[in-house]
Design a protein. Structure first.
Length: 208
């Protein structure tokens, strides 16, 4: 009888220990929209980092990108396919210009500044700017890419603007030529539909 009680006691300790490990181990779950999240032991959660599938870490401008937008300042240009993209407004003296994909609700925005902002700082500035429009903005992808022989920071940021979930996908660069941010964006539910067009547009960035 004592042996049985001892075995039961040991079994109970194993269960308790296993439960403690489970409680201290992050758990993966899925939201109603299909996004994977990680539930942390302290009761908080975060999105599972998104894998980069649309492009490799080294890229060049697409063959179809034959129209050049030349920045009015700084050594920057963007080659794009004018059968797919149209300039909505001409660049102002600060190099701000908007593009729109002709076939749907997909957009691009270019911001150029003369001042040199280090990429590490530019990352934080970009996130702060996103939070100004979408307080819940968060980075879901962050990596370095080499585009047309120049290293840039690539980020995807998600946030909600006036109740509409948006996703931003951009390249960021700061150097002796100045600073450039090239952003593409659309609704989160449309992003997969336009991701390849966004990637092709971003890969048209040239830094001279």
């Amino acid at each position: 009888m004592k042996l049985i009680r001892s075995l039961l006691f040991i079994s109970l300790l194993v269960v308790i220990a296993a439960s403690t490990v489970i409680c201290q181990t992050p758990i993966k779950a899925r939201t109603e929209s299909g996004r994977e999240v990680i539930l942390l032991p302290d009761g908080t959660w975060k999105y599972v980092p998104e894998a980069s599938t649309a492009t490799s870490a080294v890229a060049g401008k697409p063959a179809e990108a034959k129209t050049l937008f030349k920045a009015p300042q700084g050594g920057f240009g963007i080659w794009y396919d004018n059968t797919k993209w149209a300039i909505v407004n001409e660049a102002d003296d600060q190099g701000r210009v908007h593009f729109k994909l002709k076939r749907g609700d997909a957009y691009a925005f270019v911001l150029i500044e003369e001042i040199t902002i280090p990429i590490s700082t530019l990352r934080d500035v970009a996130l702060e700017n996103a939070k100004a429009a979408a307080p819940d903005a968060r980075i879901i992808l962050e990596e370095n890419r080499t585009v047309n022989k120049t290293q840039v920071l690539c980020m995807k940021i998600e946030g909600t603007v006036k109740g509409i979930p948006f996703r931003y996908y951009g390249y960021y660069y700061g150097g002796k030529q100045g600073t450039i941010q090239v952003l593409t964006f659309t609704g989160q539910d449309l992003f997969a539909k336009y991701e390849q067009e966004f990637t092709d547009f971003l890969n048209g960035l040239e830094i001279y």
